[in-house]
Design a protein around this ligand. Structure first.
Ligand SMILES: *Cc1c(COP(=O)(O)O)cnc(C)c1O
Ligand SMILES: [Zn+2]
Length: 383
């Protein structure tokens, strides 16, 4: 397995301790395994049912807490019906576990004994849990103002927390300095993460009766779930198991929306925007590492980038809770994005409802479908 720079295509052995290319570009895996539906291990009810399509690891190095294979259930908001993928049911309470199980298995295979990461939230909680399971020492550089419930969780797993004053970037810089003598297990940079998050697409495809949905909405910061879904559906397209990519829509919080700015202003450089305050702390990302890949995925699939206000986020969060779905504000962002549905080319009837092909009461499999992953548990950010 090799890593390849997204920008200049230079290749690096996967054992490299560099987390990005000298040119600043982000790594991808150079030869990704092909999707083969006959190789799905249907007896396994975790994302490791796709082991044949994941990077190859020795069985004893696989670090799993039972992640993936999450339910897909019906939900509605603003009079629109959608299918909610319950990612908040993951072992540490967020979809981040999809990427972490693959990354930490890879680290175990490499024989890594200590890692560093900078995150105040779900990425660090997930990494801490899987490292605890693997017996890998985990140092987390935490920006000031991190959510107390998430810090408690990280500490409980036995990770070492190092508080860093100043803006968010200071924590990244501290982690990268520490990475000179350790391994930077970064959710934003490591291409192994996308190999894990791609399983979201495989699962949705299986759960819809081996079909792709028409569209998906993602709360987007670094875009690891959106990009994983892009890779996953592209694998299915290349295997001729679907004939069209779903439209992938990125939803950002108005207060911190670099991707929206690039999308609407057709920028060719990452803009330097202020780090606005938002309750959607999980996507408060000023400088998304893979912004070029995200924009490509959105444009190529006929998706879009939209923003939502703080008020819209709270309304969506409440609307979900009133259906028994308790998610953190960051997750509600994607559902709030439905509000902008008129711009999303979703099929709508005159009364504003999504026009599904099937009649009411029919199996979800026969309907036109819109899928929204509900990414993180409300228990970590009570409201
Ligand atoms: C990390 C996170 C996101 C955003 O994921 P990105 O990969 O940064 O786009 C969304 N929701 C929750 C709950 C998260 O923890
Ligand atoms: Zn490069």
């Amino acid at each position: 397995m090799n890593f390849r720079c997204f920008d200049c295509h230079q290749e690096f052995p996967a054992t490299t301790r560099q987390w990005c290319c000298a040119c600043g570009g982000a790594f991808e895996i150079s030869e990704r395994p092909r999707f083969d539906r006959d190789k799905i291990d249907t007896k396994v009810s975790t994302l490791w049912r796709y082991r044949a399509m994941l990077p190859a690891f020795k069985a004893e190095n696989i670090v799993s807490l039972g992640e993936g294979w999450t339910p897909l259930i019906q939900a509605r908001a603003y009079g629109l019906e959608f299918l909610a993928k319950l990612e908040f049911l993951a072992p540490t309470g967020s979809f981040k576990d999809r990427g972490t199980t693959v990354l930490v298995s890879f680290l175990k295979e490499l024989g890594v004994t200590e890692v560093v990461e900078d995150s105040s939230g779900n990425a660090a909680a997930s990494l801490s849990a899987y490292c605890a399971r693997a017996g890998i020492h985990c140092k987390i550089f935490v920006p000031a103002g991190a959510s107390p419930a998430k810090l408690t969780q990280i500490r409980a797993y036995g990770a070492e927390l190092i508080p860093i004053e100043g803006p968010r970037e200071n924590a990244s810089r501290a982690a990268q300095r520490a990475a000179q003598s350790s391994y930077y297990a970064s959710h934003a940079y490591s291409p192994l993460i996308l190999e894990g998050t791609k399983t979201l697409a495989y699962e949705v495809w299986e759960q819809l009766g081996r079909r792709a949905p028409d569209a998906m909405l993602f709360p987007t910061g670094h875009g690891t779930l959106l990009l994983g879904a892009y890779y996953g559906f592209r694998d299915l397209l290349e295997a001729q198991l679907i004939d069209k990519m779903p439209a992938l829509h990125a939803v950002q919080a108005e207060a911190c929306a670099p991707l929206y700015k690039i999308y609407t202003e057709n920028l060719t450089e990452l803009p330097d925007i202020p780090q606005g305050e938002t309750i959607a702390e999980g996507i408060r990302i000023r400088r998304p590492v893979r912004w070029k890949a995200i924009l490509r995925a959105v444009r190529e699939t006929g998706g879009s980038v939209v923003t939502v206000s703080e008020r819209e986020i709270l309304i969506a969060q409440r609307e979900l809770a009133r259906q028994g779905l308790y998610v953190e504000p960051t997750s509600a962002v994607a559902v709030a994005g439905l509000h902008a549905a008129r711009g999303l080319h979703l099929r709508q009837t005159s009364c504003g409802l999504l026009a599904f092909a099937g009649s009411a009461g029919e199996d979800v499999r026969s309907r036109q479908s819109l899928v929204i992953p509900l990414t993180g548990s409300g228990l970590k950010a009570p409201f």
